[in-house]
Design a protein around this ligand. Structure first.
Ligand SMILES: [Zn+2]
Length: 240
């Protein structure tokens, strides 16, 4: 058992580290895995942090409240207001309606004092946007909350011959960049770029196989972030 003193010391180290990254002007991002068991993701985050770029990632280990773990019923309830043939679309059951996730995650982010929080959930993502019900998404972000879906991702990773942690990192990287740099967006065409939208979800295999941010997408980033984003993708491509 750790003594109170040890915990206090650990907290001090943590605070010192947070202060250090704040002084460097880094954007501190908490990564909260609520059920995709991406055990090796920590190694990816360490390698990203070693680049000492604009982002500093920290894994947080907190048990998730029940409403973050359940998908189905609430999503279907919302979907029925927007879509007529919900019963013919059984995959909606595998989506979590992200509004609830967003509120809880934002509360955790604020209490822990991070700039952003990335939640990793085992469900696909459903939300309302532009007067419509969107579902089956891989990732989404609202304000300071980023949500990444691990649904079927082990399967796509295997087909792309990538470790699971690398696939999670690919989805996370794309959404972090889009969230931080609004000029960048996902594109409809699947071009083997992490910014592929992949309406046809299977297209993700090609995206993960290439594991890069193509030049035309990098050019949407501020110049200071381009080489850094490319290196983050390289780390994912080389991760074994
Ligand atoms: Zn692209």
């Amino acid at each position: 058992m750790r003594s109170t003193l040890a915990i206090r010391a650990a907290n001090q180290v943590k605070r010192a580290k947070q202060l250090e990254s704040r002084q460097k002007g880094q954007i501190r991002i908490a990564v909260w895995d609520i059920g995709i068991s991406a055990s090796e993701l920590g190694e990816v985050l360490e390698e990203w942090n070693a680049l000492k770029g604009p982002f500093a990632f920290t894994q947080v280990f907190i048990s998730a409240p029940r409403q973050l773990l359940l998908a189905g019923e609430r999503t279907i309830e919302v979907a029925k207001k927007w879509i007529r043939d919900v019963d013919d679309r059984p995959e909606i059951q595998s989506n979590i309606f992200v509004e609830g996730v967003n509120a809880v995650a934002e509360d955790v982010r604020r209490r822990l004092g991070f700039d952003k929080i990335a939640v990793l959930t085992p469900h696909m993502l459903a939300f309302l946007e532009g007067g419509g019900f969107c579902y089956n998404y891989f990732s989404v972000s609202m304000g300071r909350v980023i949500i990444v879906s691990g649904f079927d991702l082990r399967n796509y990773a295997r087909k792309a011959r990538r470790p699971f942690a690398s696939a999670v990192g690919g989805l996370l990287l794309a959404q972090v960049l889009v969230n931080e740099y609004p000029r960048l967006g996902f594109h409809q065409e699947t071009r083997g770029c992490l910014l592929d939208f992949n309406r046809d979800r299977g297209g993700l295999v090609q995206t993960l196989r290439k594991m890069r941010v193509e030049k035309s997408c990098l050019e949407q980033l501020p110049e200071s972030a381009r080489a850094y984003a490319a290196k983050m993708a390289d780390i994912l491509a080389e991760f074994e």
